[in-house]
Write a protein that binds this ligand. Structure first.
Ligand SMILES: [Zn+2]
Length: 402
């Protein structure tokens, strides 16, 4: 026995020890496969010294690892079969008294390069998975699959990283919410999230999904132009690659003209964070049919264009969203306003403004909470009757993202 024979003998003098606990004690001295080497050392001792107490068990772990590891590895294998993953990492939960026993032994023997039992077991599991599923890489930071072996509960749980798909959606009809209410699907009036998520979950063999949009439009507003950027998160996917062009066609076909997606590509969490952070900094182009109580004249339209183009709008959180948003005053800029008369009571307006400006209130004034407004400029009641988002322009300018 080339390695620290004295230390092994001392350890054995205190009681039997298994190859996993011995490997943890001598980790730095046992090479690439410390558990395998520890097993050889224990066999060599048994063969050469029949008096050595190697009868069953382990005074550190009570035989826990020899007893349970194989079954847990079998369960892990079953969980990983038929799932696509390129990278893996394992974690373990072991009873605290096992760690305490090990710490005591380590303190009394002072080995030169021990490692925590958790680390020994995790490395053993990682090596097992690499051998069982050739081509798998161990990625300690962002693995596609992560297996936790719980020796206390005798259970395995596996987490699969979600697949993230970037795209842009148009909403071509009014009355469609962006996301599922309370996370519940509603086949009678499906949300944008469902119409994109259901076909995607099927294509990737996932279990659930979530839409992360670059901002949101009101239920009664359409989203036109080049569409709104989004990232769809597909949870617990069994596949990590699918034909995105076919998925795009499938989503659009099933949506039957209610929504339309484009530019689907694989994405990452960085893009999700960017979408959320950039949304308030993006510019939006809105089109709206405005109705004025008591009518208007062409002079009024000229006044609106002049007064609002370039104006800084002081907007207190609209009453209609107070339940979801903090009550505060925001300052948002309107860059350009253009109007077209429709009839004596209503006109069309196009507004180019900062993201986060509530356009319905820019028209109505929301009882003075938004200033100036079309209503305050005319001294009449005015309402936004039909709202369309024509464009969402990200500050980075690029629409195609990875
Ligand atoms: Zn042990």
């Amino acid at each position: 026995m080339a390695e620290n024979g004295g230390l092994v003998a001392e350890a054995l003098a205190r009681g039997p020890i298994c190859r996993f606990c011995l490997a943890s004690l001598l980790a730095g001295e046992l090479g690439d496969d410390p558990v395998g080497r520890a097993g050889e050392i224990l066999r060599e001792i048994r063969d050469s010294n029949s008096a050595a107490d190697l009868s069953g068990g382990c005074s550190v772990c009570g035989g826990l690892f020899e007893e349970k590891l194989d079954a847990l590895l079998e369960e892990l294998t079953r969980e990983l079969e038929d799932v696509e993953f390129k990278s893996f990492k394992s974690g373990t939960r072991i009873p605290p008294e096992v760690e305490e026993n090990f710490d005591e032994l380590r303190a009394s023997l002072v080995p030169s390069s021990p490692q925590a039992i958790k680390v020994t077991i995790s490395r053993y599991v990682d090596a097992f998975v690499v051998e069982k599923f050739p081509g798998t890489e161990i990625d300690p930071h962002r693995p596609e699959a992560e297996g936790l072996l719980d020796f206390e509960a005798g259970r395995v749980s596996v987490r699969f990283a979600p697949v993230l798909i970037f795209g842009r959606y148009k909403k071509l009809v009014r009355g469609i919410p962006q996301t599922r209410y309370g996370g519940e699907a509603n086949p009678d009036n499906p949300s944008v999230e469902e119409m994109i998520g259901e076909p995607a979950v099927e294509a990737f063999g996932g279990e659930d999904y979530r839409l992360h949009g670059a901002g949101r439009e009101d239920v009664d507003a359409r989203m036109l132009g080049t569409g709104r950027p989004f990232v769809l998160e597909i949870r617990r996917p069994r596949k990590r690659r699918a034909d995105l062009e076919r998925l795009r066609e499938e989503i659009n076909l099933k949506a039957g003209g209610r929504i339309e997606v484009s530019e689907l590509s694989y994405s990452d969490w960085g893009t999700v964070i960017r979408l959320k952070e950039e949304s308030p900094k993006s510019k939006k182009v809105y089109r709206c049919r405005v109705e004025v109580e008591g009518g208007y004249d062409l002079g009024d339209l000229a006044l609106i264009e002049r007064a609002l183009s370039g104006a800084v709008i002081s907007q207190r959180t609209p009453r209609r969203v107070l339940k979801r948003r903090a009550d505060m005053v925001r300052e948002k800029r309107v860059y350009r306003v253009k109007t077209w008369p429709l009839d004596g009571k209503s006109f069309k307006i196009i507004v180019i403004c900062d993201g986060g400006l509530y356009v319905k209130e820019l028209i109505s004034g929301d009882d003075g909470r938004t200033r100036p407004s079309v209503a305050s400029l005319l001294g009449k009641k005015a309402f936004c009757r039909e709202l369309d988002v024509l464009a969402v322009v990200n500050p980075t300018g690029s629409s195609r993202q990875r």
